[in-house]
Design a protein around this ligand. Structure first.
Ligand SMILES: *[C@@H]1O[C@H](CO)[C@@H](O)[C@H](O)[C@H]1NC(C)=O
Ligand SMILES: *[C@@H]1O[C@H](CO)[C@@H](O)[C@H](O)[C@H]1NC(C)=O
Ligand SMILES: *[C@@H]1O[C@H](CO)[C@@H](O)[C@H](O)[C@H]1NC(C)=O
Length: 353
């Protein structure tokens, strides 16, 4: 009996030592639990972005779970995102936002997110992202005539935005609008020279009529009355002149306590964009970079020195899983056998950049 107990202890001890917490099978990138974590992460990223557009999930690239205590895990996620057509100030829920198509010159976001899962509930501890436009070679390979994204401070782009906003303000009987930021711009040379722009605006305390006397005195409305909107405009200069502008106001939204809407746009620039200036962060760039709102190195597993041993064991678990899959592949198998999908990266939801 004693020997048996000793034997059980001997067998159990090393296992318990090596694996301190519960040991679930490594999560696959397309497991429902991974998707739930990614959804929380993407919402966090959009809620804390200050410029440009909302991003949608394209693929879960990697996931690592580091058990801390019972029902308390730290999760590192690597995500591929794609830009949608919804500006970050838009009240449209992400699920209703359209992912920008490949032919519109897509913008991809890469994010590392560190989350905690405590008693089944996810919360984001840190996020680190950057975003970049698809390469021009990539766009032109499948769409030789698609216009590419243009620098947001391009002179023609700035002129088009100024003209479009003046045109709107001169024709509306409603409130006088001011520019918040230019979101994206493209210039097409053939068959006509066409500048297409998108920009975010905000209502001021003046009507368009009142602004005619002294537009400079018109102030953006305070947070508790704020009303943002979005304009698209197309200006053709050759062979003939044409300007089309469409502006929609979103209506007043109740600001969330942690991220007041107006400060989202202005905080990181420290510049008065109400005068129609382009925020300095986009000088020379074709898209707003997620890096300016999400830049916490702790979000990356590789740069986190907090859990060196757990990270190592986490890595080796994954490596083993990959090795097992590889082994599996070498075994001769009957026709019709479908090999198990590798746990990561996960499926592409929209398209590959
Ligand atoms: C979002 O889409 C759902 C389903 O298509 C629809 O019922 C809902 O009204 C939409 N919401 C907004 C704000 O567009
Ligand atoms: C808008 O607000 C500014 C600053 O408070 C004020 O000087 C101006 O008269 C206001 N304009 C109108 C039309 O109320
Ligand atoms: C846009 O910004 C870049 C970087 O600051 C600058 O080099 C370039 O001259 C600017 N272009 C225009 C048209 O202002």
């Amino acid at each position: 009996m004693k020997a048996l107990v000793a034997l059980i202890l001997l067998v159990q001890l090393p296992i318990h030592k090596a694996v301190p917490a519960a040991t679930p099978a490594p999560l696959g990138c397309d497991d429902p639990e991974s998707e739930a974590a990614a959804e929380v992460a993407v919402n966090y990223i959009n809620d804390h972005s200050r410029h440009g557009y909302k991003f949608a999930l394209n693929r879960i690239k990697n996931i690592r779970v580091l058990p801390q205590k019972l029902n308390n895990d730290v999760i590192f996620l690597e995500l591929d995102l794609l830009e949608t057509t919804c500006h970050i100030l838009s009240p449209t829920p992400l699920a209703n936002c359209t992912v920008r198509s490949f032919t519109e010159h897509a913008v991809e976001g890469d994010c590392d997110v560190k989350l905690q899962k405590l008693d089944g509930k996810f919360s984001v501890l840190a996020s680190k992202c950057h975003s970049h436009a698809d390469s021009s070679e990539d766009v032109h390979q499948f769409c030789p005539n698609c216009p590419l994204l243009t620098s947001l401070n391009n002179t023609e782009v700035l002129t088009t935005v100024t003209d479009a906003l003046s045109d709107h303000n001169s024709k509306t009987a409603d409130v006088y609008l001011r520019l918040l930021e230019i979101g994206r711009a493209r210039i097409q040379h053939l068959p006509a020279h066409t500048v297409s722009v998108e920009f975010a605006v905000a209502a001021t305390n003046c009507s368009a009529e009142e602004a005619k006397d002294n537009a400079k005195a018109c102030q953006l409305l305070p947070d508790d009355q704020s009303n943002f909107g979005f304009c698209t405009a197309t200006k053709v200069t050759q062979p003939s002149q044409d300007l089309r502008v469409d502006c929609q106001l979103y209506g007043h939204q109740v600001p969330t306590p942690d991220v007041p809407l107006l400060s989202r746009v202005f905080q990181s620039t420290g510049q008065d964009t109400s005068a129609g200036l382009v925020p300095s962060v986009v000088q020379g760039f074709t898209n707003h970079n997620l890096r300016f709102s999400h830049n916490n190195p702790v979000a990356s597993e590789s740069s986190s020195s907090e859990f060196p041993t757990s990270v190592l064991s986490g890595k080796s678990v994954a490596k083993r899983a990959v090795a097992e899959v590889a082994q599996h592949d070498k075994v001769p198998r009957p026709v019709g056998f479908v090999p198990p999908l590798p746990p990561c990266p996960g499926k592409i939801r929209h398209f590959k950049i």
